[in-house]
Design a protein around this ligand. Structure first.
Ligand code: SF4
Ligand code: SF4
Length: 251
């Protein structure tokens, strides 16, 4: 579907575990990694990317029918991710970037919107992240094998950050870190490298976007437009961030 294929690359990063995995799992369809691919039915389908064309929508519906478990694989599939920024780009801005739309093949058949999978079909598991860490992919595969619910974190990145004993970039340095509203799973990768969290795992459960927006406004010096752009970077379509982002942006 519509995405960058980075989540598939993360699957291939399971280098050390892949051979053991293949003793228990048959990978039927993986064009990036296999010459011969099978058309299903499948026990589990990892679907990467969001829906932006009628062709993708038909494929998604077919895959849903063929698959016992459907996993929305990565942020594009779960929330629309970075491509979903398109949903707020006014036509006048697109026209400035692309003088001749007719030259863009995908544009001709596009919905002109980016839509997460769950808007169209039942999604059994949302595997968030841009991309999801390989250990989380492994967790989903193992849980499918033994037929239990995968353990995917819904608490904030801040918890992982604190466990690493990082100095808080938001509280102590006034930098606009998205950690307080973002689901854990990455091991607080960015704050551990002195970079603010950008929110790439999507919202945690119970994300308090209103409070974080006030902190960004009053303590980090962000404008309301800046805040809307931050909230829309990965997960602007989610109920947790949608309303707060819309409050302050003109489009
Ligand atoms: S640096 Fe960011 S992720 Fe870490 S505790 Fe502070 S707000 Fe949370
Ligand atoms: S710290 Fe935030 S932006 Fe960085 S990998 Fe984790 S969730 Fe993504």
């Amino acid at each position: 579907m519509t995405g960058c294929a980075g989540c598939q690359m993360e699957f291939l990063r399971l280098e050390d575990e892949l051979l053991d995995l293949l003793k228990n799992v048959e990978i039927s369809y993986f064009v990036m990694a296999k010459r011969v691919n099978l058309e299903g039915p499948y026990d589990a389908a990892f679907i990467e990317g969001s829906i932006s064309t009628p062709r993708e929508l038909n494929e998604l519906r077919e895959l849903r029918e063929k698959s016992k478990i459907l996993i929305a694989f990565g942020d594009c599939a779960c929330t629309g991710c970075i491509p979903s920024i398109l949903n707020w780009v006014p036509p006048a801005v697109s026209a400035k970037v692309y003088e001749d739309f007719s030259a863009i093949h995908s544009k001709k058949e596009s919905f002109q919107r980016i839509i997460p999978l769950k808007e169209f079909v039942k999604v059994d598991i949302e595997l968030r992240g841009c991309p999801p860490h390989k250990n989380l992919i492994l967790e989903v595969v193992k849980s499918a094998l033994i037929q239990r619910k995968p353990f995917l974190r819904i608490h904030p990145v801040c918890i992982e950050c604190k466990l690493k004993e990082n100095v808080c970039l938001l509280t102590f340095e006034g930098r606009p870190c998205m950690g307080p509203v973002t689901a854990a799973g990455c091991g607080a990768l960015c704050p551990s490298l002195n970079r603010i969290c950008e929110g790439c795992y999507g919202p945690m459960s119970d994300a308090n976007a209103k409070s974080l927006a006030e902190t960004f406004l009053n303590k980090c010096g962000l404008s309301k437009d800046d805040i809307a752009r931050k909230f829309r970077k990965y997960s602007g379509l989610t109920s947790a961030l949608f309303e707060e982002a819309n409050k302050s942006y003109e489009y």
